[in-house]
Write a protein that binds this ligand. Structure first.
Ligand code: IMP
Ligand code: MG
Length: 174
C-alpha cells in the first residue's frame, strides 16, 4: 500500500497561528516565567516554534510517554518513557502537545503532573480533534480544531515518518 499526503494546513497558516497563540500566552503569563513541557516526540516542532514566539521568560523540559494501545487508538494508561529532569514545584507549567484525540493520554498525564505541585498547570495543543474525545480534558490553548482524519507533519508521524513536514497533511492510503 502506498500513501499520499494531502495538505490540510499549509506552512504559512501554521506559522501565523503559532505566532498568535505565542502572543496570547505572553499576555496571559505576564510577570511570570512559563515552564514549557514538550511531550516527545510529536510535540517537539511545535514546542520550538511556540517558544520562539513567547516574550515572557521561558524554561523548558521534555517528557516522553507511551500510551498502551494499538496503532490508532490509545488506552489512556500512560507509561513514562522519559521523565522530566526538573521538579515542577511552584512553577507555571504549560504542557505542549501535538494533538489531542481521545484525550486519554493527556487526561492521565495531567493527573500525574498535578501531583508534583506546580503553581499552575495548563495545556496547549497544536491540533485538536474534538469529535474523537472520550475523556474530558480542559485545553487552554488550541491552534486548530481539525476533522477526524489521520494527520502528519509538524512533529506528527505515520509509522515514524513525515514528522519533518513543515505543514499538516492528511494521510491518504491508496
Ligand atoms: P489520545 O490519548 O487519543 O488523545 O492520543 C493522542 C496521541 O495519539 C497523540 O499524542 C498522537 O501521538 C496520537 N495521534 C492521534 N491522532 C493522530 C493523528 O491524526 N496523527 C498522528 N498521531 C495521532
Ligand atoms: Mg503526542
Amino acid at each position: 500500500m502506498s500513501e499520499k499526503i494531502r495538505v490540510l494546513l499549509n506552512e504559512e497558516e501554521v506559522c501565523k497561528k503559532i505566532r498568535e497563540i505565542g502572543e496570547q500566552i505572553s499576555k496571559d503569563y505576564e510577570g511570570k516565567t512559563v515552564h514549557l513541557i514538550c511531550v516527545l516526540k510529536g510535540g517537539v516542532f511545535f514546542t520550538c516554534e511556540l517558544a520562539k514566539r513567547i516574550t515572557v521568560p521561558v524554561t523548558m523540559d521534555f517528557m516522553s510517554v507511551s500510551s498502551y494501545g494499538d496503532e490508532t487508538s490509545s488506552s489512556g494508561v500512560v507509561r513514562i518513557v522519559k521523565d522530566l529532569d526538573e521538579s515542577l514545584e511552584g512553577k507555571d507549567v504549560l504542557i505542549v502537545e501535538d494533538i489531542i484525540d481521545s484525550g486519554r493520554t493527556l487526561s492521565h498525564l495531567l493527573e500525574i503532573l498535578k501531583q508534583r505541585n506546580p503553581n499552575s498547570l495548563r495545556l496547549c495543543t497544536l491540533l485538536d480533534k474534538p469529535e474523537r474525545r472520550v475523556k474530558d480534558v480542559k485545553v487552554d490553548y488550541v491552534c486548530f480544531n481539525i476533522p477526524d482524519e489521520f494527520v502528519v507533519g509538524y512533529g506528527l508521524d505515520y509509522a515514524q515518518k513525515y514528522r519533518n513536514l513543515p505543514y499538516i497533511g492528511v494521510v491518504e492510503l491508496s
